[in-house]
Structure formats: C-alpha cells, structure tokens
Design a protein around this ligand. Structure first.
Ligand SMILES: [Zn+2]
Length: 360
C-alpha cells in the first residue's frame, strides 16, 4: 500500500488527498534548499511548518532526507489528508511531528501562538497570493519561506486581466516567459511583505512545468524592504527578440511594437551562498545539480534571450547556450546561462549582437 518517493512512503489513498508524482523534482529541490539553509545558519533544531500538507510528503522527506530540522508542524483542512499524514509518520518511523486539521488562516495564526517557525512551505492549489501576509508573519526574522504558484495561465500572460487583478502587473507575450512568471510571483510577495514592514528577500526561484516556486528569507527590516521595492521596474521587449530595461517607443532594431512588462522586481533572485551549499548536497539529484550549477552563474538581469525563438526567426539551428555565452563574454558583454531556460542566454549585449553570434 502507499507510494514511495525518495525514501518516504506516503498514503494518498483517498480521492481527497492530492499527490502528483510529477512534482517530485520540485520537492527534491525543496529538500536540498531547506537543508542548505539549515547548514548555512548552523543549527539542527529548526522548526518547519506547512499549511497545505496533503499527504505530508514534503515534511516527511525533509525529516528523512534533510538535516537541521527537529520539529515538523503539518496541517491540512481535509481530515482524510490528516489521516494519511499520521499514517505516513507512523509507517516511516518519524519523530517530532505535530499534525493539525485547521483551515489555513487559523493554522497560520496558531503558528504565531506556538512560536514563529524557522521554515515554511506554502503550496496551495492555484495561487499562493491570498496567503502571503499571514505566511510571512508566521516565520521568524531570518527564516526561510517558499511559495508555490500553479496559476500559470494567469502568470503566463494568457489571461492579462486576471494578472492585473491578482498581481497588479501588466505584460504581453514575451520570450523570457519563465523568468517573468517567477518575477511576477516574487514581486507580489515582496510588495505584500513591504506593506507589513517585512522584507521578503528572494533567495531562489525556479519554474518547472506548471509550478512556479519562489524562496525568500524573511527579514523584519523596513529599510531592506524599501531597498527591494526600489528595484521594481519595467522590461521592454519586442517580437524580434529585443529586450531591455530602457524605455523606448518602438523597437530600435525592427521598428516594431514594444511590449511593456511590469512593474516587476528586477533585482537579484539568487543567494549564491545558499545555492553553493545546496550544490554540495545535490549529487543524488542530477537535474537539481544542473539547476543549481546554472543558477550559481546567473547574472542579475530580469530577462533572457531565448535562443530557440531567435533560431526560428533566423531560420537557423538552435546553438548551444554555453557556446553563445562564451562568445558574448569574449565580446566584453556580461553574460551567463540561465536556470529558467537551458536554451536561453542572459546578456547585456543587444539582440543584434546575440543574433550575429548565430553566424559565427
Ligand atoms: Zn524589434
């Protein structure tokens, strides 16, 4: 009976207890990053909580495969999910678990009375947008929190009105879609935090299938929060592949229409220290290792050139991103691969120069 993921057996036996095996990669990344966080702060008695636990797979995997955590506070509003969690905890011989059967807001409120947690993972169906402020409030100063957004059609510029309504951001179709999705989610969390004087400092982000995952360190610092808000801006792009932070009426390369995306957080999304620590623990997960390796090199630029799209325009084969990065660096432009798309390139070079590298 049950299903095994990692070393953990779970019991998604009822129709009401959701488990998606395709999300394993997202959970691998989660276990590695939260463990890296514990290692970075050098503690082994950290408290983890999760308001939408479902089978409890994340908490249980963190307990089994991760390090640094001794207390796991899980919750689900559905009583069959709670049963499934309790069974998993018992069958996997896990200690330090507390399981609640509350609605999300009561649970997050309870965390404040129990004492704020060091680490929180908020993984609802759809958007995490309604839960940001109470979630940030239940994390200790310096703690880590991860949010999942699976409303990718809204984040994906398909439903523009819904995006304005939910995230206060406008955008048209862009080539750097995955990064834009991560930045829309990050921007929303940063703004919500700022409104209650909490700085949500981005430390990691990735987009996998319909999962948009953003990780933050929470800091009770109004000045830091202001610093983050000051890094909001717009990205201007055009169908020819042009992308820039500079406002322009028409595309300087093709004279075409300019699409404006924003306001979004344009600053750093990646804590190199955290990723460095994560990399050491990722030998068991090849795709995680590649993700961290790439994120470690990533330059701070809120867009990338999608080589597969440029190749289509130029009727050329898609070149290797690493090769193009090397050429652009050789030309003197700050450039890197990007963890958002392995066929994408981040570069301060204009699109005309990036296109020219296809002919070298
Ligand atoms: Zn253009």
């Amino acid at each position: 009976m049950g299903t095994v993921e990692g070393d953990t057996r779970i019991y998604p036996d009822s129709e009401n207890v959701f488990y998606n095996p395709r999300g394993k990669f997202v959970r691998d990344v989660f276990v590695i990053l939260f463990t890296a966080y514990a290692e970075r702060i050098g503690k082994n008695d950290l408290k983890f909580a999760e308001p939408f636990s479902a089978t409890g797979i994340k908490g249980m995997r963190l307990a089994k495969e991760g390090h640094g955590f001794s207390n796991f506070i899980l919750n689900d509003i559905d009583s069959s999910a709670v049963k499934s969690i309790l069974r998993g905890v018992e069958e996997n011989n896990l200690g330090g678990f507390e399981v609640y059967n509350l609605d999300v807001f009561s649970f997050l409120d309870k965390l404040k009375t129990l004492g704020r947690v060091d680490a929180l993972d908020v993984d609802p169906f759809g958007s995490a947008a309604p839960y940001i402020q109470p979630s940030l409030r239940s994390v200790k100063d310096g703690g880590i929190v991860a949010f999942t957004f699976t409303d990718t059609p809204v984040l994906g510029t398909v439903h523009n009105d819904a995006m304005v309504k939910r995230y206060h951001i406008k955008s048209n179709k862009v080539y750097f879609l995955k990064e834009l999705q991560a930045r829309i989610a990050a921007s929303f969390v940063i703004s919500e935090g700022s409104a209650i004087n909490l700085a949500a400092v981005p430390v990691f982000a990735h987009v996998f299938e319909h999962y948009v995952r953003v990780y933050f360190q929470v800091r009770a610092s109004p000045s830091l929060s202001l610093e983050l808000m000051e890094q909001f801006g717009f990205v201007y792009s055009s169908e020819c592949g042009y992308a820039s932070l500079e406002n322009t009426a028409v595309c300087p390369y093709c004279g075409g229409h300019i699409s404006t995306s924003g306001p979004v957080y344009t600053g750093n999304l990646f804590s190199k220290e955290l990723i460095q620590a994560a990399l050491k623990n990722s030998a068991m997960c090849k795709p995680c290792n590649k993700l961290f390796q790439t994120a470690l090199q990533e330059i701070v630029l809120p867009y990338y050139y999608e080589l597969s799209s440029l190749a289509k325009v130029l009727k050329k084969q898609v070149p290797s991103a690493l090769k193009i990065v090397d050429i652009l660096k050789g030309f003197g432009y700050e450039s890197s691969p990007t963890s958002f798309s392995y066929s994408g390139v981040k570069s301060r070079a204009p699109v005309s120069v990036v296109k020219s590298t296809f002919y070298l």
